[in-house]
Design a protein around this ligand. Structure first.
Ligand code: HEM
Length: 344
């Protein structure tokens, strides 16, 4: 892990001054790109950030033009809003990202095809798992892996390139900034609560060696609570916990909801409810989880709930643990007086 993280720290120069958003975003991007594409040194190239920044800049420019049009011609608002929503999901904004992913897919397909028959212990990326059915379908010699990957399920067809690109883009959109911001929330909470930081270090991190395994990360139960507590106070994806009503209903005997109404959960009120979380719910206190009688499965919504809950929760928790172990093993995180708010 050190091998991946040190080049990033060096890249940013004097780390004491720069252990901020950029560094944490690069750390998460690097691990993300490595896990899903198998990319090496993604952070050095900083390409994910550059692509997302380019998309955001394009969006901002268009939105500015739209807002001027609406101010001058208010009656055009509905048409402009419709155009805006169409453009946001459009290829127009994402073409650079789309091309980049499609190129990676083609390159990876060639690499996988040229690989000798696997003897088992190979590190497959998320992309490989999407590609593998196609490659195995056409390669009878790989019967052994075919059974493993199909794991008893019948696969009737492999994924087309545009379906794979779209799955990868979903992952990137949903996991790119969320993970970096979650890391920031935890780092901030640890900086403000040195006693908790010391406890994590003394009890769980100090004895670990750098070759982290899945089992080691799973055993870090206190670090797990630290992350969950930070995300309780900073539920950064909470605006996505929203649903469209599929049937009319009445909530609590008084609030009427019609078919097609949009409902957004007030996550912050739930997460700061004293009846659910105990005394001083606004304070960062990972220990509160130790005695918590989980009263209701929907009282903690940092990753949402139900069939549309976050698909990447486990991956996000794993990534956060990896990054936090490496950071805490090598640094003591100290809060500075000045606080800067993230804008978007
Ligand atoms: C700490 C980091 C993350 C947080 C806090 C977070 C939070 C959320 C939240 C609140 C939702 C909405 C859930 C709901 O409506 O019930 C969501 C959806 C989703 N997340 Fe995450 N997420 C994180 C990281 C990731 C990562 C790393 C990935 C992908 C690798 C990911 C993939 C998704 C996807 C695909 C959805 C949409 C699921 C659906 O609509 O069916 N998330 N996330």
């Amino acid at each position: 892990m050190d091998k991946r993280i040190w080049p990033i720290l060096r890249h940013l120069g004097r780390i004491e001054e720069n252990l901020g958003y950029k560094l944490l975003q690069q750390l998460t991007d690097d691990i993300f790109a490595h896990l899903i594409f198998g990319d090496e040194q993604a952070a050095d190239q900083d390409y994910l950030n550059k692509m997302f920044d380019a998309i955001d800049a394009k969006k901002n420019r268009i939105e500015k033009v739209f807002s001027i049009i609406c101010t001058i011609f208010p009656f055009l608002k509905p048409i402009v809003h419709w155009m805006n929503s169409k453009l946001k999901t459009n290829y127009f904004f994402n073409n650079q990202l789309y091309k980049n992913i499609a190129e990676k897919i083609e390159r990876r397909k060639k690499e996988l095809k040229s690989q000798k028959k696997s003897t088992g212990n190979q590190n497959f990326t998320y992309l490989d798992h999407l590609l593998i059915t196609e490659l195995l379908d056409k390669d009878e010699e790989r019967e052994e892996e075919k059974e493993y990957f199909y794991s008893g399920r019948q696969v009737t067809r492999y994924l087309m390139t545009n379906e794979i690109v779209s799955a990868m883009m979903n992952m990137l959109y949903a996991g790119h900034k969320t993970s970096a911001r979650a890391l920031i929330a935890v780092v901030y909470s640890l900086a403000k609560n040195p006693a908790v930081q010391k406890k994590v270090f003394d009890e769980e991190v100090s004895n670990l060696n750098e070759d982290l395994t899945f089992e080691m990360l799973e055993s870090l139960t206190y670090l797990d609570l630290v992350i969950r507590e930070a995300l309780r106070l900073f539920p950064l994806g909470s605006e996505h916990v929203a649903r469209k009503c599929m049937a009319s209903t009445t909530l609590g005997g008084e609030i009427k909801l019609e078919i097609g109404n949009f409902v957004m959960v007030d996550v912050m009120s739930l997460h700061l409810n004293e009846n659910l979380w105990g005394p001083e719910p606004e304070k960062f206190n990972p220990d509160r989880w130790l005695n918590l009688q989980y009263k209701n499965s929907t009282q903690y919504l940092s990753f949402g709930q139900g069939p549309r809950m976050c698909l990447g929760e486990k991956l996000a928790m794993l990534k956060l643990k990896i990054m936090l172990v490496v950071l805490l093993k090598n640094f003591r995180i100290i809060a500075v007086d000045e606080e800067v708010y993230l804008k978007d």
